[in-house]
Design a protein around this ligand. Structure first.
Ligand SMILES: Cc1cc2nc3c(=O)[nH]c(=O)nc-3n(C[C@H](O)[C@H](O)[C@H](O)COP(=O)(O)OP(=O)(O)OC[C@H]3O[C@@H](n4cnc5c(N)ncnc54)[C@H](O)[C@@H]3O)c2cc1C
Length: 348
């Protein structure tokens, strides 16, 4: 792994990056890293809602070693945000301070591993297969890869348009399956660029929610999945069936971020939203989908502010009608834009 000079030494007075000071830290010495570093990058190009303000810096690593090398160059106080396909993410219009690590297609290795399952009963290794997938691999690719290797269980991932990293961070799931049910180990990286092998026991995993135990800040760079052996052809047929089911029920022709809210216990967020008469309600170009009430679609020029305001309106209406507090599934990050001064059309 390449060791780089600490860029802070080159720029000792640098502060945590703030809009006014940007760029306080301008990235590592050119030529020392192999990935692509860009500045002031519109996050609307990196999120499935096609909305959101600029990130100070966006780094697309060449591979895992390069990611670790890049992280080693960062000042300790540089904010870091990992993003997969941005399919569960709203970046506010004021944008993101610090560095976005864009993982999709960057850490892209996927392979079938023949190995013994530690701690499993004798014969278990013949009933399961291990798939190693890096965090930037698209989840649908894992579904197809597993089926093509006569493994079952991964079919549900076919319709989740994110990356392995995003699926791990969200415990993505559908149709009765969840990502972490199949995880045997993960590989994480910390802010200093050191990797760690971790077992599922080290995480608190819940419905669409994953917490690292303790205070450490780490991100997922790869996972080992354990899938039962089975009939690959049946798996491919199941993938086709699940995708057809989605096309019939979801507004896939417009930018969206999937289900905006978690389903409350024993109920469906979509049913509650529809019962408040919210289907089709718009703020700017953000609209509660006519096809699926738990989706908010971008009709063209929706800003992140439009989308967030509509999310809050839906929460208020549902709470007012039946007392249920809808909890967001989508993550919202970044800075708000200051409101325009009355009569000036400008921001303070
Ligand atoms: C049409 C549509 C259908 C969807 N259907 C489903 C569904 O059926 N089930 C479901 O669960 N979700 C669904 N989603 C939501 C979304 O696709 C999933 O949550 C997906 O797993 C997010 O992956 P991502 O790579 O896009 O993550 P992002 O949106 O990029 O990131 C989501 C969160 O994960 C974090 N993150 C991303 N990568 C990493 C990493 N490597 N390490 C640590 N943290 C990371 C981000 O910081 C962010 O907080 C749907 C979305 C769309 C647009």
């Amino acid at each position: 792994m390449t060791e780089l000079n600490d860029s802070h030494a080159r720029n000792p007075g640098s502060l945590p990056s703030e809009r006014a000071d940007c760029p306080a830290w301008d990235g590592p010495v050119p030529g020392k890293i192999r990935g692509a570093l860009e500045h002031n990058v519109a996050m609307s190009g990196y999120t499935s809602w096609r909305a959101g303000g600029p990130a100070d810096r966006l780094y697309k690593p060449a591979d895992l070693d390069d990611l670790c090398a890049y992280l080693k160059t960062l000042p300790a106080d540089e904010p870091v945000h990992f993003i997969g396909l941005g399919s569960n993410l709203l970046v506010r219009d004021g944008g993101l301070r610090g560095t976005v690590i864009f993982m999709h297609g960057a850490l892209k290795e996927i392979r079938f591993e023949e190995r013994r399952m530690q701690g499993r009963a004798s014969g278990a290794e013949s009933r399961f297969g291990v798939v190693y997938a890096e965090a930037g691999v698209a989840s649908p690719k894992v579904a197809r890869f597993a089926a093509n290797n006569d493994l079952t269980g991964a079919e549900f991932l076919a319709g989740i348009p994110g990356t392995v990293g995003g699926a791990l961070a969200m415990n993505a799931g559908c149709y009765g399956h969840e990502t972490w049910s199949y995880v045997s180990q993960v590989l994480t990286v910390d802010h200093q660029g050191n990797t760690h092998k971790r077992s599922p026991r080290e995480f608190q995993v819940a419905y669409r929610h994953v917490d690292t135990t303790g205070q450490r800040k780490e991100w997922f760079v790869a996972a080992w999945f354990l899938f039962p052996r089975g009939d690959g052809e049946a798996g491919r047929a199941e993938i086709k069936r699940l995708l057809e089911r989605r096309i019939a029920s979801q507004p896939l022709d417009l930018p969206n971020a999937g289900s905006v809210f978690r389903n409350p216990p024993g109920d469906y967020a979509a049913r509650l939203i529809e019962s408040c008469g919210m289907k089709g309600v718009r703020i700017g170009d953000a609209q509660v989908s006519e096809k699926h009430a738990n989706f908010i679609v971008n009709l063209g020029q929706a800003t992140a502010t439009d989308i967030e305001t509509l999310i809050e309106m839906v929460q208020e209406k549902v709470k007012a009608k039946g007392g249920v507090e809808l909890i967001r599934e989508v993550r919202i990050i970044g800075e708000r834009v200051a409101p325009a001064l009355p009569g000036t059309g400008t921001t303070p």
